[in-house]
Design a binder for this molecule. Structure first.
Ligand SMILES: [Fe+2]
Length: 384
């Protein structure tokens, strides 16, 4: 069977990418709706963007209401504003939440019905032009055909898909990530690491996605800690911005697996940020997944230098898990308990979480595919 490999139409990346984006933006529309959040306004990133739009003679409106992980309600209001202001394309400036919200707004502009109608299906038609300008290094949403929106009625994070959700233009400018505080840097960085490792160890992995996944892993192991400790380390920020993009390209084509599958229910029910719930799960999920699939995990361990090239696959797999535990420790990743999750409530929703995880389809991409019982066991193991 042939593999499909899809990426954004154009990627503009590197230092000062945003300041050079005017001509590219002009090709995509004349009245932009900027999807963003309040932090982007106060950090000055929105002002940087609007200056570029002004210079390129592009009109714009600002919708700065994505102030948490995106919900169906935010998407609904975004569409109303887009129509009211007669916009003709979308620019998402912010973290993964903002870019995901932009994609869903674009999708529901050109597709009938409601967001949950598209669960398990695909947005088939074209969307308005989408421009993704990430300000964190992690979600890779600038390069993917996915968006995750909270269904507020059913408390489910809906994973929605369609090739049209891939941005027409991704502007990856590491300078925009300087304003991300250490916690966000850590959570987003671990999200990218999860994308890369899951992509490389997915049943749907393919030679092209493998290259991007391994390259991302190398950059993350060499630079995430530096970006966390010293936010103005431009070299580390540049490496992480690239790694996030590469990891996004990788999982866009080979899917995520058990970590993301189990992460979304924790996020939906306990409102844990996406990258953090991945980080909480990473070691335990991968310890499960590595069994019987040591070779793929050992490849990552060797390529990133967390172990010598000459170890056996089983030693390599172990070394990778150990390196991940270490990295999470260095990045101050809290446990469920220290984050303040109510243990009693957690144990009462284990069954729903496991059901929702399986329903998303992601766990089934894991080489060692977990059953419901095994998923529940991993959830339980997070309490030590
Ligand atoms: Fe993710």
């Amino acid at each position: 069977v042939a593999d499909q490999f899809i990426i954004p139409k154009k990627i503009l990346y590197g230092n000062h990418a945003l300041s050079q984006a005017g001509a590219y933006l002009k090709e995509l529309g004349s009245n932009a709706l900027i999807i963003t959040d309040q932090t982007m306004i106060s950090s000055g990133n929105v002002a940087k963007l609007t200056q570029i739009l002004n210079e390129a003679d592009i009109s714009f409106e600002v919708f700065a209401k994505i102030n948490s992980e995106p919900t169906d309600e935010m998407v609904f209001h975004g569409i109303q504003y887009y129509d009211k202001m007669n916009c003709d394309f979308l620019v998402g400036l912010g973290g993964g939440s903002v870019i995901d919200a932009m994609k869903a707004i674009g999708a529901m502009k050109t597709h009938p019905g409601k967001l949950p109608d598209y669960l398990g299906k695909e947005f088939k038609g074209p969307l308005p032009n989408l421009v993704a300008i990430p300000t964190t290094a992690g979600t890779g949403s600038e390069a993917t055909q996915y968006t995750i929106i909270l269904d507020t009625k059913n408390n489910v994070k809906m994973l929605l898909k369609g090739a049209g959700l891939i941005p027409s233009l991704a502007v990856v400018d590491p300078e925009l990530t300087i304003s991300a505080p250490p916690k966000i840097t850590a959570y987003a960085g671990i999200d990218a690491l999860a994308h890369a490792i899951e992509a490389y160890t997915s049943r749907k992995a393919q030679p092209l996605s493998d290259q991007f996944a391994l390259s991302a892993c190398k950059r993350i192991f060499s630079s995430l800690k530096n970006a966390f400790v010293n936010g103005t380390d431009m070299e580390a920020r540049s490496q992480m911005a690239l790694a996030s993009l590469e990891a996004g390209i990788a999982f866009n084509n080979s899917s995520v697996t058990i970590v993301h599958g189990m992460s979304r229910p924790i996020g939906a029910i306990f409102h844990v940020p996406h990258g953090l719930s991945n980080a909480m799960l990473l070691e335990n999920c991968l310890s499960f997944a590595v069994k019987g699939s040591e070779k793929r995990f050992a490849d990552i361990a060797r390529v990133t230098g967390v172990t010598s090239e000459h170890v056996t696959d089983s030693q390599g797999g172990e070394a990778l898990i150990y390196a991940i535990r270490n990295l999470c420790y260095e990045l101050d990743i809290p446990s469920l308990k220290s984050y303040g999750i109510d243990k009693y409530k957690y144990f009462t929703v284990l069954d729903k979480m496991a059901e929702d995880a399986l329903k998303s389809g992601s766990p089934a991409n894991t080489l060692r595919t977990p059953c419901k019982k095994e998923i529940i066991k991993i959830y339980e193991s997070l309490w030590g």
